[in-house]
Design a protein around this ligand. Structure first.
Ligand SMILES: NC(=O)c1ccc[n+]([C@@H]2O[C@H](COP(=O)([O-])OP(=O)(O)OC[C@H]3O[C@@H](n4cnc5c(N)ncnc54)[C@H](O)[C@@H]3O)[C@@H](O)[C@H]2O)c1
Ligand SMILES: [Fe+2]
Length: 428
């Protein structure tokens, strides 16, 4: 008997009263995660050769030229192309005699239709390599195009864990947002074309050969996207720090990245032209990718994926809004770790208890969100959608993330209700 199916038939109130939902999540979640922990131990996760700093994208082109490739498919979005963000890189490739083909049809939260179109162009133009220039949407599309091309399969066949049999086509990456860390992760997120449900391709073969973290390409990123993508990076760093799969290495990356976000995100939003702020946020995002490769994510992403797909909220924005609520939920079991983060960013009073320090860290996150112009509420959230959002979020979390504490249906509802609440604006 499938426990999930039996519970689907029970009344929500009965489930809540009996407290079954938390027990079910715990049983299912710990089962899946035991398997995942064993898998991660034997996985050999590669890292790209990373170039950093001003004009690192140009230097990466020089390396790419030495690979002796025939033709590279450049995967990007039209907005970036029209803004001229690619100009210097394209000019350099031409100067070096590297033939390329442009695929500019990536859309935010790309679907399989987009990836299939890119793959068709790759094949029609006899490309032998792929370069992503863009945010997570372009990078993830490019990852799946490169893996599907070498494996000669349709992109949707790569959904799941380690579905590629052959190495990916040579793949290079230049992120233009500082948030997803996709330039280093073993994941790619592609949405189902009809339902817009996010599907995960997880494969060590999709990590690029090289990545360039070039602050120059990020200087034109508008403040609201800088804020949302920066909060995505912070969410990766914090969620993986609190994960029960966190180890010394992943916690090192998380701490380094969290400090960088608190020191630089506001600056990058206020003064987008600051090379240092852009460079540091790019590094924070990269650390976020490194840490999630080891210890994964948690309930913030599980809820944000469902909310983002349903109400068309950008990924980072949805994460930013959900993050404080999950931190409050996790606080009871994570006080020690949250207190360490409060010490790290310097908001912990001397001699205070871990509980007080943990609360100070959560407040600092809430203040950061508001300070970069993000509305912490989701007024679009509809009560009628709560059950399906919560169930899908639990399903994603149980099967994918080593969460520090399992949630009951009631707690899930409380979080959604708190997010939906309209903010009362006080009269002056
Ligand atoms: N693979 C992973 O590990 C991973 C991790 C987290 C999120 N994701 C996925 O990444 C996607 C989100 O990526 P994202 O947040 O980077 O946003 P994005 O790639 O969707 O880009 C958002 C917008 O910013 C614009 N933009 C990007 N760079 C710019 C620049 N330098 N100047 C001006 N405009 C610019 C784009 O044109 C686009 O309109 C989602 O699909 C999410 O699920 C993947
Ligand atoms: Fe994310």
């Amino acid at each position: 008997v499938n426990l999930d199916q039996v519970l689907e038939t029970l009344d929500e109130k009965v489930i809540n009263r009996l407290g079954i939902s938390r027990a079910k999540n715990k049983v299912l979640g710990t089962g899946y995660i035991a398997g995942l922990k064993a898998l991660v131990k034997v996985l050999n996760i590669p890292k790209p050769t990373v170039l950093t700093g001003k004009d690192s994208s140009i230097k990466m082109c020089e390396s790419v030229a030495s690979f002796g490739l025939k033709r590279t498919l450049i995967v990007t979005d039209r907005m970036l192309y029209e803004l001229g963000v690619l100009d210097k890189v394209l000019a350099k490739l031409e100067q070096l005699g590297c033939a390329y083909e442009l695929f500019c049809d990536v859309e935010p939260d790309p679907t399989f239709t987009v990836v299939e179109a890119g793959l068709r162009q790759y094949r029609a133009k006899n490309c032998d390599s792929v370069m992503a220039i863009g945010g997570g949407s372009s990078i993830d599309s490019a990852k799946v195009i490169a893996l599907a091309a070498s494996n000669q399969v349709s992109p949707d066949k790569l959904v799941g864990i380690l579905k590629g049999k052959q190495a990916s086509a040579p793949f290079f990456c230049i992120p233009t947002t500082a948030g997803t860390g996709s330039e280093v992760t073993i994941g790619a997120v592609i949405s189902d074309t009809d339902t817009h449900q996010k599907e995960l391709v997880i494969d060590t073969r999709i990590v690029p050969l090289m990545a360039a973290l070039d602050p120059e390409l990020m200087k034109g990123l508008p403040a609201p996207i800088t804020a949302a993508t920066g909060m995505d990076a912070l969410t990766h760093l914090v969620e993986s720090f609190l994960s029960t799969m966190a180890n010394e290495e992943s916690m090192y990356y998380s701490k380094a990245g969290i400090k960088l976000v608190f020191d630089n995100l506001q600056k990058a939003c206020k003064n987008g032209k600051s090379t240092a702020a852009r460079e540091n946020m790019a590094l924070a995002s990269f650390y976020g990718g490194l840490t999630i490769n080891i210890s994964g994510l948690g309930y913030v992403h599980a809820f944000a994926h469902q909310i983002g797909a349903r109400y068309k909220l950008p990924h980072g924005l949805a994460n930013a809004k959900v993050l404080p609520h999950i931190l409050h939920f996790n606080k009871k079991v994570c006080e020690d770790k949250l207190a360490q983060l409060a010490d790290l960013i310097g908001v912990a009073g001397r001699g205070t208890s871990n509980s007080v320090k943990a609360a100070a860290f959560i407040s600092a996150v809430e203040e950061l969100i508001v300070s970069v112009g993000i509305d912490p509420q989701i007024p679009e959230l509809q009560l009628k959608d709560f059950v399906s959002i919560r169930r899908a979020a639990f399903k994603e979390a149980n099967a994918t993330y080593a969460v520090p504490a399992y949630m009951s249906a009631e707690e899930g509802h409380e979080i959604l209700a708190a997010l939906a609440k309209k903010r009362t604006v006080k009269a002056a």
